[in-house]
Design a protein around this ligand. Sequence first.
Ligand code: ADP
Ligand code: MG
Ligand code: MG
Length: 254
Amino acid sequence: MATLEIRDLHVSVEAENGPREILRGVDLTVKQGETHAIMGPNGSGKSTLAYSIAGHPKYTVTGGTVTLDGEDVLSMSVDERARAGLFLAMQYPVEVAGVSVSNFLRTAATAVRGEAPKLRLWVKEVKEAMERLHMDPSFAERNVNEGFSGGEKKRHEILQLELLKPKIAVLDETDSGLDVDALRVVSEGVNRVRETGEIGTLLITHYTRILRYIKPDHVHVFAGGRIVESGGPELADKLEAEGYESYAGAKETA
Ligand code: ADP
Ligand code: MG
Ligand code: MG
């Protein structure tokens, strides 16, 4: 079983008045088959964690390690990360001009699987996955992210998850901008992939609402650029009732 290990991760961004440390010693282990939720107030550094694992050039790792089965993730190219079995929704460009969803997905699957999926089988696979996500078939012919609504972006994300079958997936704010119906469809998609037992999921969110649909095994509170408390699903209930108020002391990262 694959294991993603984050050890004492420190990350800075270049701000106007010089580098600013955002992540201040993150420790986390996510194994295949487990679902972890990271929850925290806005500005606590959750997206920075996701971008850092994805290898976004804006974020400089100043200390610590990220490994997948002992392999150094931080020295891998974005493609190598995908081939190693990491799924990071934000690793792809916001818009891919002139590339249809269908072609984009096949290229991504080719990169991950090491060979191009047979076209006929592939078309069928995509069609079925789209049906499960209640997506209109015409979506496959649209250009990636061009004019996608918030809900379409999220469905596209889960479509990739279903088709690329990663070992570890990092989903940042998958719930944001979704109405209740879309949230249910997206959550069902995540749960379908989870039920295979072959994916480890790191679900990053500000709101507790998605956790009514996706039940995490572990919940971590993120504040001030690090994990300040970890527990089971009951911790999400506590956050839903009490909010992040009691963590306010750790809130400021600057
Ligand atoms: P969250 O996802 O928890 O809301 P972020 O990781 O987006 O938090 O942001 C954490 C802090 O880092 C914020 O204060 C934000 O302004 C700052 N930050 C994040 N990315 C950048 C960046 N590229 N340049 C400057 N500051 C950034
Ligand atoms: Mg430290
Ligand atoms: Mg964020």
